[in-house]
Design a protein around this ligand. Structure first.
Ligand SMILES: [Zn+2]
Ligand SMILES: [Zn+2]
Length: 410
């Protein structure tokens, strides 16, 4: 998308947002008037007491962040959308890595690598974006999450990478996506520019992404969710109006059990880590080389997977959903299963393991690929331990590591 088109999208989005502003203002005032205090459950989502006229969960968010303004949030989300579309066209996501979780940034980085290996480029153009809507708000002790529905029309083109020749082109068609933005509770919204606007939300300095997610000025891990909303997922949906989060697995008994042993364990971090494992596995397959798995897979799996990898043409894969499936403890290791669902490519089961007694770091936030001990991002993918403090990445003593992959089919 050219800057001019990006601006047009922003203004079109902003105009449409104004259209729903009266409703939102009314809804927020109503919620503030009728506000009641909710008990804070340990590991359990806070009950929002929503009525059919309210956005589910907004009441709870407004209780701990009375300055939250849904209109301003949606206009920031539209800017995020526009910036990411622009980066996709330029094939460089470094600028938007500031407001993405590690898993999201990794998904986009590896997506580009897979296109390079395959010799193709996917291009989206003529994007006509309708006004986004907040579909759902969810709060628990560790994170607030806002699910935003984006819908619009666009055209997809497949280009030959070497020549930019258009190989195939779809007609203009509808699309709908649910984007998840996550932030630690305890932060109040303000009017200052933040991560989406390219500024450190902690110290206000313009962010330079020299150190992959660390503010050069105040050294804070800016994409941890500690200071500002961070994008953790962009899932396609066919029914944005009827979309609801899948409550059954969010309230999984296994998650409660895990939370009892590890009070900082949370779904957003776990899913982000599983996303990284999924994309590294994809890359290892496309490269026919297990190197990309070194830092995120157990030694057993790394050794076992190596010989079985056959360089294969990467399918045009987009990860639609990662869901938590099971938690169990076995032979000194905690094991979590996830199902990674891809629209065209079926479901893959990922098993991640961690030594019993290991704890999720409270300061990790959504930084799911960094060294748990010193916070440094690995500079190479084939490192089995942190190059600064020697903390092992792949023995399960600190991080969840990939231990098995099984294709479950469509
Ligand atoms: Zn800063
Ligand atoms: Zn380290």
């Amino acid at each position: 998308m050219t800057p001019a088109v990006a601006l047009a999208v922003i203004f079109a989005g902003a105009g449409l947002i104004v259209g729903i502003s009266r409703y939102l203002k009314w809804a927020v005032e109503e919620i503030k008037k009728n506000s009641v205090s909710d008990p804070v459950g340990v590991g359990a989502p806070l009950e929002p007491h929503s009525s059919p006229h309210e956005i589910h969960g907004l009441r709870v968010l407004l209780q701990h962040d009375p300055s939250f303004d849904p209109e301003r949030f949606l206009s920031r989300a539209t800017v995020a959308y526009s910036k990411i579309s622009d980066c996709a066209a330029r094939r460089d996501f470094a600028v938007v890595g500031t407001f993405m979780s590690d898993g999201q940034a990794e998904a986009r980085r590896i997506g580009l690598m897979l296109e390079d290996i395959d010799g193709v480029r996917w291009d989206t153009d003529n994007i006509e974006l309708a006004a986004p809507q907040i579909r759902w708000v969810e709060s628990d002790r560790l994170f607030d999450a806002i699910y935003v529905a984006f819908r619009g029309r666009c055209r997809k083109r497949r280009l030959e990478a070497a020549t930019d020749r258009v190989v195939s082109e779809s007609p203009m068609g509808d699309f709908a996506e649910i984007w998840t933005f996550v932030r630690r509770p305890g932060r109040e919204s303000h009017q200052r520019p933040g991560l989406i606007e390219g500024c450190c939300p902690n110290c206000g300095a313009p962010v330079q992404m020299a150190d992959a997610g660390r503010c050069a000025s105040c050294k804070s891990w800016i994409n941890s969710g500690e200071y500002d909303w961070v994008l953790t997922n962009t899932a396609r949906t066919v029914d944005p109006d009827g979309w609801l989060p899948s409550e059954d697995w969010r309230r999984h008994r296994g998650l409660a059990l895990l939370g009892q042993a590890d009070p900082e364990a949370n779904l957003h971090f776990l899913i982000d880590r599983a996303q990284i494992a999924f994309w590294r596995w994809r890359l290892a397959n496309a490269q026919g080389d297990p190197g990309a798995l070194r830092a995120v897979a157990s030694e057993t799996f790394f050794v076992k997977a190596g010989p079985s990898l056959v360089k294969s043409r990467p399918a045009a894969v987009r990860l639609d959903e990662v869901r938590f499936e099971a938690f169990e403890t076995e032979s000194g290791f905690d094991r979590v299963n996830f199902w990674a669902r891809c629209g065209y490519d079926g479901t893959t089961q990922l098993t991640l393991v961690r030594k019993v007694g290991a704890q999720t770091s409270a300061r990790a936030g959504l930084c799911s690929i960094r060294c748990v001990n010193c916070g440094a991002p690995p500079t190479r993918w084939d490192l089995a331990a942190c190059e600064y403090c020697n903390t092992p990445f792949n023995d399960g003593s600190q991080h969840w590591v990939l231990d098995a992959v099984e294709r479950l089919g469509a």
